[in-house]
Ligand binder design. Structure first.
Ligand code: ADP
Ligand code: TRP
Length: 327
């Protein structure tokens, strides 16, 4: 059977950040090139975004941005299924079935709920946030995905999807493939301007659509130690070096590593070089992004809608039959 690879991003901001690029989209695009025989699914996780965004215009705007960025970042829209779950009832339908097989204790142990708890009071966390992994499992199992590229802290959610698929299969007969998480190498360590994990909570992002001036300002803000120009600097403990890694060829990276170690390389020079490399990388992405119209996005969604709906509908019919909904 053809291997299926599936992932999605939440439209919770008006653009993507570097982690989304290096930790999610780039590895996904690499997989599409490497695993030519597999089927690829890349969706808009807008039903997940609703846990945070409660304004229609904002959610629509962010959604369009994400879909345009998928294309600007090199996703081959003629090969990858790109879709909006709002067009496909199966996501919500399967969510219902899985939620009846899932016990509260399992959800209580999930990162999504624990993170929400850490930010506020238990009584204020929405039921949608509490049950977030169930909808995520529905997104995955509906299409029989084998491999799910995600960030490290989503691993637990994919493992839950696997467990609940196994539970369903044992109870009602073989129905779902068992998915596995795929954690791209190095994605666990993407740091922000201040050296902490790049995160919205810390406001330490570099955004893909930051303009030249903003980018330069941010690169200048990257925190460093107080070492003098002459002193040797340890690249592995250095934010300027770490952030820059993703934008250089292995040869350029080696050369820069040497400069950090040798001393005589100022943070100003290191930052100027980093900025130059980053802008050279991001500018063409921004140009491509700007050239994609809303109509182009709608055309791609429309193009895949029938095929994706067909797959989802077949799965739902099977599930409804097996649980006894169909009379
Ligand atoms: P945050 O709100 O912390 O920025 P998001 O919800 O936008 O995170 O990120 C979606 C997923 O991306 C996270 O659940 C995690 O898997 C991954 N992720 C986010 N930031 C990083 C990072 N700096 N390094 C590795 N993975 C990350
Ligand atoms: N939870 C994922 C994130 O926070 C987004 C997501 C929703 C997802 N459903 C999914 C990812 C299914 C992979 C598969 O980034």
């Amino acid at each position: 059977m053809t291997k299926r690879i599936l992932t999605g991003l939440k439209p919770t901001w008006d653009q993507l950040h570097l982690w989304n690029l290096f930790g999610a989209i780039n590895p996904f695009v690499e997989l599409t090139k490497r695993e030519e025989k597999s089927d690829f699914f890349l969706f808009l996780a807008n039903m997940h975004g609703l846990t945070v965004i409660h304004d229609a215009e904002t959610l629509k705007k962010y959604s369009l941005t994400i879909l345009k960025l998928y294309q600007a970042l090199g996703v081959d829209t003629s090969k990858v299924y790109i879709y909006n779950p709002a067009d496909i009832p199966g996501h919500a339908q399967l969510n219902r079935v899985l939620s009846c097989l899932t016990i509260m204790g399992t959800m209580e142990r999930m990162h999504s709920y624990k993170d929400a708890l850490a930010k506020g009071k238990a009584g204020e966390v929405s039921v949608g946030t509490f049950c977030y992994p169930i909808l995520m499992a529905a997104d995955i199992l509906l299409y029989d995905a084998d491999l799910v590229p995600v960030g490290k802290d989503q691993k637990q959610h994919v493992e839950y999807a696997r467990d609940i698929a196994g539970k369903f299969n044992r109870q009602f007969g073989e129905t779902f493939r068992l998915p596995e998480p795929f954690i791209p190498e190095g994605s666990a360590t993407i740091i922000g301007l201040d050296g902490r994990k790049m995160s919205k909570s810390y406001n330490n992002y570099i955004w893909l659509l930051d303009d030249e001036k903003t980018l330069l300002k941010k690169v200048r803000q990257i925190s460093t130690d107080m070492k003098t120009v002459e002193e040797s600097k340890n690249p592995d403990e250095n934010n300027v070096y770490q952030i820059g890694k993703f934008f250089l060829t292995p040869e350029e990276d080696q050369a820069r590593r040497g400069k950090f170690l040798a001393g005589g390389y100022s943070y100003k020079d290191a930052k100027d070089y980093l900025f130059e490399k980053m802008w050279a990388y991001l500018e063409p992405i921004q140009t491509r992004y700007k050239a994609i119209s809303d109509e182009e996005v709608f055309r791609v969604l429309e193009n895949w809608k029938k095929a994706v709906s067909g797959l989802a509908e077949a799965k739902i019919q099977d599930v409804y039959q097996k649980v006894g909904f169909r009379l």
